[in-house]
Design a protein around this ligand. Structure first.
Ligand code: NG6
Ligand code: CA
Length: 499
């Protein structure tokens, strides 16, 4: 009898809890935050009390991943439930790119919409806008987030270091001025704005040699890409996270009485790191550390708001990062010189851009006070799985062609099991595959060390095989000792690629 009760609960319990309460869901996504950047993940040179509290009240995943070691592909997977490397054009996008998310497929926010939720995105987008590169930034721009499932959007188009350095609310750039139209180009200079290359004396933060970041200057910082006009619409970097926080809180306040899904995409600690005055020099690690304190504070502000509104027990927060960490990603901001022993990837090898674990294994926290029992889980989970998991939890079916790479890991997210997905394909420069803690990195001819960022890329001309259960730092290549394992994993990867 007991056996049947347990079976019944496993089958229907999750659906029952969810169906009754329809909790709000907030997905908070940091940009370039590493596995070792939070004190709850072992950092000792920096303290992140708010995220530590979130982790303590919820499940802290130690084997949580993004699909890719850079932003656009990771976000593509999150939205579509599909591995990005299946689709051309999902690499890091310029700021004028067209939308790459299909408008005729089920996306993560669309699922929530269908289930009667109010959906919103606040923060970094980086998945393209409009249906062509050529577009008029002074008119409504679509398709974009509002056409792929968000009722409300307040975003910046690409990255903090790429033009146009403006916000869009729904379809329109905020603070447009018809007498000062915006023009954007990634191929030639437009207008007469000074560039970082020609006018380094105007910069408040210098670009790192060799990285670029020396085109149009906005707010004293050289950017990637050229823009002119929109003087009043341009952001002030020191205010960007505060603006996003305010808009996120407004969305929560407005929708506190209905179920809502909020995708809150922070810009920290991506470059250019330019903290608000109150966080400058607070961490002792330079601006990179300061903006990590700032993002931790912002998460705390959201938690406080939920508490004050009396909805924290009815709100699930998922926190993660879009790829691993990097210190020098284009600006001389002292991230390297004031590292002070801080290890942004913790015990992992590599970082952003890398096929090693530092590229895709990231902080991953799920908190739903009162419903999820606090724990630490080593279940293998990936952001690509949120789509299938919420399809299950929300009781919304997916078409056969939707979300082909997304697994239902809802029981792991709710702490009912420590079993996540069985196999994961990871994308650094090279592809790798992980199964039962064995990781195989496909041999390739790319350079093994990126001098600009100082990151080991994970690329090698020979097969690499690591036993992550004993060697999380990927130090000992076992490929020659276990040729059968190499063969098995390489065949499995081939099957997944052809599926
Ligand atoms: C790279 C930029 C880097 C950063 C990254 C995107 C150079 C040399 N480097 O191309 O500064 O902007 O793109 O980061 O241009 S991501 O987190 O959005 O993927
Ligand atoms: Ca990123």
């Amino acid at each position: 009898m007991k056996k049947y009760c347990i079976l019944f609960f496993l089958l229907f319990g999750t659906l029952f809890i969810w169906g009754q309460t329809k909790p709000n869901v907030i997905f908070i996504y940091a940009d370039d935050l590493g596995y070792g950047d939070l004190s709850c993940y072992g950092a000792t040179k920096i303290a992140t009390p708010h995220l530590d509290k979130l982790a303590k009240q919820g499940i802290r995943f130690t084997n949580g991943h993004t699909t890719s070691a850079t932003c656009t592909p990771s976000r593509y997977a999150l939205m579509t439930g599909s591995y990005p490397w299946r689709q051309q054009g999902t690499g890091i996008l310029p700021g004028d790119a067209a939308l790459i998310i299909p408008t005729d497929k089920t996306t993560l926010p669309y699922l929530f919409q269908k289930a009667g939720y109010k959906t919103g995105i606040v923060g970094k987008w980086h998945l393209g806008l409009g249906d062509a590169v050529e577009k008029n930034w002074n008119n409504d721009i679509m398709p974009g987030p509002n056409e792929v499932g968000f009722d409300y959007s307040f975003i910046f188009p690409a990255t903090a270091d790429r033009v146009p350095s403006v916000f869009l609310e729904n379809h329109r750039v905020l603070a447009l001025d018809s007498t000062d139209p915006i023009q954007v180009s990634y191929s030639k200079q437009v207008g007469n704005d000074p560039t970082g290359k020609d006018h380094p004396e105007l910069l408040k933060m210098k670009a790192s040699p060799g990285h670029g970041h020396d085109q149009t200057i906005v707010n004293g910082i050289g950017r990637i890409g050229y823009m002119s006009g929109g003087t009043k619409a341009r952001w002030t970097d020191e205010e960007v996270p505060l603006t996003f926080l305010k808009k996120a809180k407004d969305f929560i306040e407005e929708n506190k009485n209905k179920p809502f899904f909020l995708y809150y995409a922070l810009t920290e600690p991506h470059v250019p790191r330019m903290p608000s005055t109150i966080f400058k020099d607070k961490s002792g690690l330079g601006y990179r550390g300061d903006v990590i304190l700032q993002l931790d504070w912002a998460v705390g502000e959201i938690m406080k708001q939920l508490q004050l509104l009396g909805i924290s027990k009815n709100t699930m927060i998922i926190f993660s990062s879009d790829n691993g960490p990097v210190l020098d990603d284009g600006y001389q901001d002292e991230a390297v010189t004031r590292q002070n022993g801080h290890l942004p990837a913790g015990p992992l090898r590599g970082g952003k851009y890398s096929a090693f674990e530092g590229g895709t294994r990231v902080p991953w926290i799920v908190c739903w006070p009162g419903t999820i029992q606090p724990s630490v889980s080593d279940a293998l989970v990936c952001q690509v799985d949120l789509l299938a998991s919420f399809s299950k939890l929300l009781g919304q079916s997916l078409a056969a062609s939707d979300a082909p790479d997304s697994y239902d890991i809802s029981n792991a997210l709710l702490g009912k099991t420590k079993q996540g997905r069985c196999v994961l394909v990871q994308q650094g420069g090279a592809l790798s595959i992980v199964k039962d803690n064995w990781k195989y990195i496909v041999p390739n001819g790319n350079h093994s060390f990126d001098k600009l960022t100082g990151i080991e890329t994970g690329s090698a001309p020979v097969p690499q095989l690591y036993d992550l259960s004993k060697d999380i730092g990927e130090q000992v290549n076992l490929a020659e000792s276990y040729p059968e394992k190499v063969k098995e994993l390489s065949q499995l990867l081939q099957q997944i690629k052809e599926a």
